[in-house]
Structure formats: structure tokens, C-alpha cells
Design a protein around this ligand. Structure first.
Ligand code: 5RP
Length: 220
């Protein structure tokens, strides 16, 4: 099975977690693209979606799935999104695709976070993947200094501006023995919009694409 076939398998499996007649949250990335394509097959059983990026919005609309503003929605029973890394507690690094801020907002509103990944994303300790941090442009140098003081090696993502008009710093070499603490510390730096650590609000369920099929991991 190729990596894309594993992504397709988890995307298809995630449909079982989409309640009928509801608006759901939809993330961003190559795995989510497969999910959006799969969702199109049940679009008449769905009220619509709240999307975490312009890219996902475009794809949802191309399939004829109504896209709602989050402020117009009272409740989201489920949010389906990928991850760059996920640890045994369900904490994740996200933002490889640069959509971390809208992803974190939607995840916070959703009752349930269903993470769809292939097995290459499973790690015992987070941190091999560079940690994305969305930053207001005028705060770049301040945030660079503070991230270095935390022990990381931040680099600005070249030629990339987020959907919110901000820059991304990707931080290498950050030790993450306590992801919740690190998430709070980075959030405290003025100018940081969002850090791509999803530890305080991690996944509730991961659907993991493996060579032998889709495995389910639930987190307390
Ligand atoms: C985008 C994300 C994605 O969920 C993450 O980068 C995984 O993407 P992919 O499914 O393409 O591996 O956080 O901001």
C-alpha cells in the first residue's frame, strides 16, 4: 500500500464519524483533501462544513458542500484533520500546511477531534518535525530571540504568508518533554498568534493508516 492509499483509507474511515445532517469542521492538508473528496459522496446527508483554510474551502465548494463561517455556527460535533506528528497521549504537532491558527480555533469549538494520519506520523515524543509558529510580521525578531532562548532554532518559512496575513517560523531542535508547558510558554510570547502544538486540546481519536489497514487509537 502506498502512503497515498493509506491516507485515502483513513479518509474513507473517517466518514463513519460524520453525524448525519450536521455541520462539521474540516482541516487542511493532503490527507484532508482525500477526506473532502470522500465527504462529497455523502454531501446530501451533511448540512455543511466549517473550513480551516482557503484551500479546503475551495475544494469543499468545488464539490458543492456548503461552507459556513464559524461565527454563524453554534456547535460542531466533530472536527476532522491531519497532523504532522501525534504522540501516545493524542498531543500533536500541526501546521506543516500553514493553517494552524484556524485549525486550532475550530478544534477548540468541536466536541470531538478525529485525527487522520498514516502511520509515519506516530511518534513516541513530539519534536522531530519542525514546530510551526504563526507570528505577526512586526514581532518576527522578538519572537526569533525568544524561541532561541527556549533552545530552538527557528527559521522563517520562505515566501509564505498565512490566510491571516502573518508569517510562519518553523522551529527545529526544540525538546518537548512536556508539550502542554511548551505550548503555554510559546503562547505567552507577544506577537505569537498560534503555536502548532496541540497538547491542551489534542485528538480524541486517531485513525491511523497502516500496511494492514486502519487502526483506531482513542485518547482519554
Ligand atoms: C496543515 C496541517 C496538516 O494537518 C498537517 O500538515 C498534515 O498534513 P498532511 O495530511 O498533508 O500530511 O496541520 O496546517
Amino acid at each position: 500500500m502506498t502512503q497515498d492509499e493509506r491516507k485515502q483509507a483513513v479518509a474513507q474511515a473517517a466518514l463513519r464519524h460524520v453525524p448525519q445532517g450536521e455541520i462539521i469542521g474540516v482541516g487542511t492538508g493532503s490527507t484532508v483533501n482525500f477526506f473532502i473528496d470522500a465527504l462529497a459522496t455523502m454531501k446530501h446527508d451533511l448540512a455543511g462544513a466549517v473550513s480551516s483554510s482557503e484551500r479546503s474551502t475551495e475544494r469543499l465548494k468545488a464539490h458543492g458542500i456548503p461552507v459556513f463561517d464559524l461565527n454563524a455556527v453554534e456547535r460542531l460535533p466533530v472536527y476532522v484533520d491531519g497532523a504532522d506528528e501525534i504522540d501516545p497521549s493524542g498531543a500533536m504537532i500541526k501546521g506543516g500546511g500553514g493553517a494552524l491558527t484556524r485549525e486550532k480555533i475550530i478544534a477548540e469549538v468541536a466536541d470531538r477531534f478525529v485525527c487522520i494520519v498514516d502511520a509515519s506520523k506516530l511518534v513516541s515524543v513530539l519534536g522531530a518535525f519542525p514546530l510551526p509558529v504563526e507570528v505577526v510580521p512586526m514581532a518576527r525578531e522578538l519572537v526569533l530571540r525568544r524561541l532561541r532562548a527556549l533552545g530552538g532554532e527557528p527559521r522563517q518559512r520562505e515566501g509564505y504568508i498565512t490566510d491571516n496575513g502573518n508569517i510562519i517560523l518553523d522551529v527545529l531542535d526544540l525538546a518537548m518533554p512536556n508539550p502542554r508547558e511548551l505550548e503555554s510558554s510559546i503562547n505567552q510570547i507577544p506577537g505569537v498568534v498560534t503555536v502548532g502544538l496541540f497538547a491542551h486540546r489534542g485528538a480524541d481519536l486517531a485513525l491511523v493508516g497502516t500496511a494492514t489497514g486502519v487502526q483506531e487509537c482513542t485518547y482519554p
